[in-house]
Design a protein around this ligand. Structure first.
Ligand code: IDC
Length: 472
């Protein structure tokens, strides 16, 4: 894996049209010294597959001026036969031998102190270096109104934008470093009280794809930067815990949890309700299961309990909350410090509803689930923000790059926007799923040998998500 990092500082002028030339090198033109439009281009990863070279490139434009930059364009050329395979936050146009990337519908203007990030995957016949890149933008004319904000105020905005664009609090470290987690305000924090963000992968149904929860697979995700694994134990579907398979389902789950603990990963034990709609339906089994699980893992800082995956067609106040109020004390009796995740109605989307009638327990987080092809960020982030405002910590214990049926897509641009948003909010996430099922949300291609896993076995979703596990 190779990383090159080229940064250029360029001046701006107050002409309506500003041309900025960026070369992969350290060229800078300073016009006004203290204010600039800054471009950062990085080649994150390069790999060889299908007889070609692939590279993931990310370009960030930071507008550090005090005017809006509009209609930006990124222009570069690729060696013969080279092409863009996938792009997010921008659109590709080909003009003779030039590739011109223009804005997506939602980021044509980069306001003062803000950034635009574009990412793409290129495929070339030969191994390549970061191409020379030229960027153009139209700068908004300065008016009294947009100039009146003080430079100091701008500077703080710029520093924040810079932080957002180039850093990430996530460090991928595991239980031996972070220890017992707890919830402070709405933020998950570690034993030292430092905010912590977990990224990881969920199993598919433990009864159906246990081979993708092997030591080898868990080690592979850890190597990619994961620090959490979720064992999804279906309750109602065929092979589910409440369908006459309690012993087998439990054993598969505990075995996987043990492997994750041995690898220093945090691990979520997920009571995966789905077609059973309300957690009340199998409450007795849940109480028994969580009593046993919390006794087995009593005091183990790695273990997090998710007590109902996705209630649907039910009600928070009359069904889910009362269920949580019975299950949480059962867990806390054995494992008083354990973090507990609670699902909400509408497949764990109605965190806003739950936040208006909160649970009266410490160290509880509410789960929000999304599938990037179905649940658009703009339409759903309001629910998260309401919940946060009401003091509820949010944990994305399941999300997919596909549509909500686990298939179609993948929707990488939308996924990217979601992950940026979660990073910004310091929200942990777990992706669905570790399996080779013929559905686009699966991280592996059909027929993958779980013991001989290689980069070529990753599906489009797998490639995207495994890369995002480690967001540096
Ligand atoms: C899906 C699986 C699919 C399986 C189906 C029903 O991907 O192979 O046939 O469940 O068992 C969820 C659920 C999760 C779903 C997933 C994708 O938590 O169980 O898995 N999804 O549909 N919520 C929204 C989407």
């Amino acid at each position: 894996m190779k990383e090159s990092n080229k940064k250029n500082t360029l001046g701006r002028s107050w002409q309506v049209l500003l041309w900025v030339f960026l070369f992969a090198g350290f060229m800078g033109i300073t016009v006004h010294g203290k204010e600039s439009l800054e471009i950062n281009a990085q080649m994150h990863e390069q790999w060889e597959s299908e007889g070609a070279f692939w590279a993931k490139i990310a370009i960030t434009i930071c507008n550090q001026t005090d005017a809006a930059a509009k209609n930006w364009k990124i222009i570069f050329s690729l060696p013969e036969g080279g092409e863009i395979q996938d792009i997010w936050n921008g659109q590709e146009n080909v003009m003779e031998e030039n590739i011109i990337i223009t804005a997506a519908s939602y980021n044509t203007t980069i306001h003062e102190g803000e950034t635009a990030e574009v990412g793409f995957i290129i495929r070339t016949a030969e191994k390549m270096e970061l191409p020379q890149v030229k960027v153009t933008a139209d700068m908004e004319e300065r008016t009294e109104e947009n100039f009146s904000k003080g430079y100091e105020e701008k500077k703080v905005q710029l520093q924040n934008a810079e932080k957002k664009a180039h850093s990430c609090d996530y460090d991928g470290k595991g239980v031996s470093v972070h220890g017992q987690l707890r919830v402070e305000g709405t933020q998950l924090v570690d034993e030292q009280g430092k905010p912590v963000v977990l990224h990881g992968m969920s199993s598919h149904g433990m009864a159906w794809y246990p081979q993708f929860t092997s030591e080898h697979i868990l080690e592979s995700i850890r190597e990619k930067g994961a620090n959490i694994f979720r064992a999804a134990m279906y309750t109602a579907e065929d092979g589910g815990y409440c369908e006459g398979n309690a012993q087998e389902a439990k054993q598969l789950t505990f075995d996987a949890v043990d492997r994750a603990i041995a690898l220093d990963l945090y691990v979520v034990i997920d009571w995966h309700i789905l077609s059973d709609h309300t957690p009340q339906l199998h409450k007795e089994e849940a109480l028994e299961f969580f009593a046993e699980a919390s006794e087995r893992y009593a005091g183990n800082p790695a273990v997090i309990y998710e007590i109902c995956n996705e209630p649907n067609g039910t009600d928070w106040g009359s069904d889910i909350k009362p269920y949580a109020m019975e299950v949480i004390p059962v867990i806390r009796k054995n494992s008083p410090d354990a973090v507990v995740l609670v699902g909400c109605n509408t497949w764990s989307q109605d965190v806003d509803v739950a936040s208006m009638d909160k649970l009266d327990f410490e160290n509880v987080m509410y789960t929000f689930h999304f599938y990037a092809g179905t649940h658009m960020l703009d339409a759903f982030c309001g629910k998260i923000e309401t919940a946060l405002r009401n003091g509820c910590g949010i944990f994305v214990s399941e999300w997919g790059t596909s549509r909500a049926d686990g298939s179609n897509g993948v929707f990488l641009e939308e996924s990217h926007r979601w992950l940026d948003y979660l990073d910004e909010k310091g929200i942990s996430w777990i992706n669905w799923s570790l399996s080779d099922k013929e559905e686009s949300s699966a991280a592996f291609l059909p027929g993958t040998d779980s013991e001989g896993l290689g980069e070529e076995d990753l599906s489009e979703s797998g490639r995207f998500v495994f890369d995002a596990l480690n967001c540096n």
